[in-house]
Structure formats: structure tokens, C-alpha cells
Design a protein around this ligand. Structure first.
Ligand SMILES: Cc1cc2nc3c(=O)[nH]c(=O)nc-3n(C[C@H](O)[C@H](O)[C@H](O)COP(=O)(O)OP(=O)(O)OC[C@H]3O[C@@H](n4cnc5c(N)ncnc54)[C@H](O)[C@@H]3O)c2cc1C
Ligand code: FES
Length: 262
């Protein structure tokens, strides 16, 4: 993990309140694992705490990485004002990221994402596609207007989409897409990122699967394992008296299903 002042080389609005930001710098050499994140000092002096944003794309040939973020508060709204040529103080790459070593050519893989949990799944899908995995993506959005990266994911595998209001794809949420999967689809690996309800549904369905992973988004402060702001309880297997905790920033954000309490 290193710190760098990276250069903004592109900022593009993908949908209402959703932005794609491309940053260039030497730090990209350290970025290899999908599911890791950058801890960003947003361009506002009064906002002291860094904001965690996942790596959506790593582009080694351009010495750049791409982030996709939704403007939710003051920090992300200050990022939306950045233009090409501006600079951003970045710490990273942080977190454990997704494990893909065991995935082989032709293995069926299930990727499940909801809303702004989808960005880290893009670099993951890229790397799995490169290994020759057969990917099925289940992606959930609020409505058609806020859809992003549909075409990009389609280039990497099958895509099934749900929207809460039915304005695109299946009406409902990702859990509904999950229920439509037939039993003859037996994925070698499952990866999910999104709201708590989505993670709970995936956790329940794939509780005992040996290779099912959930990426959590917990509120963070230091981002490097020093402050314990981001802890979440481990599942108590019944024989421990004390509840054990894990830090999402450096022991996560990716956990196996059945590992943590959601
Ligand atoms: C590992 C990880 C990866 C993430 N990846 C992305 C991504 O790729 N794209 C994206 O749009 N968002 C992502 N988020 C959520 C993003 O960090 C928050 O939306 C953002 O910090 C909100 O900052 P703000 O100043 O705009 O909002 P504010 O509400 O003003 O933030 C106030 C404080 O709360 C913290 N905070 C608020 N919401 C969250 C949250 N959901 N998770 C963690 N901290 C929060 C902020 O860090 C800040 O300290 C990720 C979160 C985590 C933990
Ligand atoms: S944010 Fe400080 S320990 Fe995780």
C-alpha cells in the first residue's frame, strides 16, 4: 500500500449522479487484484476522512485505473467537480480483493451485483474472462436511467438485469434473478457486491459453497486496520464464548459466505 498524488485524466458522467473517473500514476503498478479499493482524500480541506472507492478497472498499458462512484454526500460531490489535469491524493490499493486463482477455463462463474456495488465486479469479470471462465452476471439497478456498463459486461459474458421499477429487464431485485437460476447451473465460484439485502440472499443460497465470496461496504475511517471503525462480527459457530470481529478494511472487504454476520 502506497500513497500517491494521481492525475485525473478523464471524468465522465455515466448516469444521474454516477461518475467514471480515470486516474493516472505509478501506483497502478501495485494494482492487480480485483475487489481492492483506493482510499481517497477528497478535494475539500474540511473533509478529513478519506473515502473508500473500489477499483472498477485497472489499465496497466495506460498506467491508469478507473473508479465508478455515486454522489452520495459531500465527499463524493466534491470529486464530481474534478476535471482532467486535476490531482487527487490516493492511498492504496487496499483490502484483500477477490480470489480467482482456482478458476479454470470453461468454469461457470456467477457474478452478482447491485447498484453501486457493481463497479468492483467489472475488473473481476475482465480477469475471469481472460482466464476463459463462462460468466453469468446478475445485475440489479433502481431504474433504467441509472444503468451503467451494461454493454461492457455483455462483452465478458451473459448478463441478466433487474430494475426495481421494471423499467428495464426483470421487475424486482437481484434476489429475483437469483431465484430464476435453475439447479442445473452449478457455478464453480460466486462473487457478490451490493446492498446488505443482496448479500444476505447470496449468503443464504450459497452458505456452504466452498468458493462463494461477498464484498462488504462498511463505513471506514483509517482504511488500514488501525482504528477499528469498520469491524463486523464473525459468525459464531457455536463453540466460542466471545464474539470475534474482523476489520473490513484490511481483513476484507471480501469474505466467504458463512464467515461474517450480515
Ligand atoms: C470497500 C468499499 C468500497 C466502496 N466502493 C465504492 C465504489 O466503487 N463506488 C461508490 O460509489 N461507492 C463505494 N463505496 C461507498 C463510498 O465509500 C461512500 O459512498 C462514500 O464514502 C460516501 O462519501 P461522501 O462523503 O460522499 O458521503 P458522506 O455521507 O458525507 O460520508 C460521510 C462519512 O461516511 C463514510 N461513508 C458514507 N457512506 C459510506 C459507505 N457506504 N461505505 C463506507 N463509508 C461510508 C465516508 O467515508 C465519510 O467518512 C465503497 C465503500 C467501501 C467500504
Ligand atoms: S477503517 Fe480503521 S480499522 Fe478499518
Amino acid at each position: 500500500m502506497k500513497q500517491e498524488i494521481m492525475k485525473v485524466i478523464k471524468q465522465k458522467k455515466l448516469a444521474p449522479l454516477i461518475f467514471e473517473l480515470e486516474l493516472q500514476g505509478n501506483l497502478v503498478k501495485e494494482m492487480k487484484t480485483p475487489g481492492q479499493f483506493l482510499h481517497i482524500k477528497v478535494p475539500r480541506e474540511d473533509l478529513i476522512l478519506r473515502r473508500p472507492i473500489s477499483l472498477a478497472k485497472i489499465n496497466p498499458e495506460r498506467k491508469s485505473c478507473t473508479l465508478i462512484y455515486r454522489v452520495t454526500g459531500q465527499g463524493t460531490s466534491s470529486m464530481a467537480a474534478l476535471n482532467s489535469g486535476d490531482f487527487l491524493d490516493v492511498l492504496g490499493p487496499l483490502g484483500n480483493g477477490f480470489t480467482i486463482d482456482f478458476v479454470n477455463k470453461e468454469d461457470p462463474v456467477l457474478i452478482i451485483g447491485g447498484g453501486i456495488g457493481i463497479p468492483p465486479l467489472y475488473e473481476l469479470a475482465k480477469q475471469l474472462n481472460k482466464k476463459g471462465a463462462k460468466i453469468v452476471h446478475l445485475l440489479g439497478f433502481q431504474r433504467k436511467e441509472v444503468l451503467f456498463y451494461e454493454a461492457e459486461f455483455r462483452r465478458l459474458g451473459e448478463v441478466r438485469i433487474s430494475t426495481d421499477d421494471g423499467s428495464f429487464g426483470v421487475k424486482g431485485h437481484v434476489g429475483d434473478l437469483l431465484e430464476q437460476l435453475t439447479d442445473d447451473f452449478q457455478p464453480a465460484a460466486i462473487y457478490a457486491c451490493g446492498a446488505n439485502g443482496l448479500l444476505k440472499a447470496v449468503n443464504q443460497r450459497f452458505h456452504d459453497h466452498p468458493n462463494a465470496y461477498l464484498s462488504l461496504e462498511e463505513r471506514m475511517a483509517c482504511g488500514v486496520g488501525a482504528c477499528y471503525a469498520c469491524v463486523c462480527p464473525l459468525q459464531n459457530k457455536g463453540n466460542e464464548a466471545k464474539i470475534k470481529m474482523k476489520k473490513v478494511c484490511d481483513e476484507g472487504p471480501v469474505f466467504s459466505t458463512g464467515e461474517v454476520v450480515l
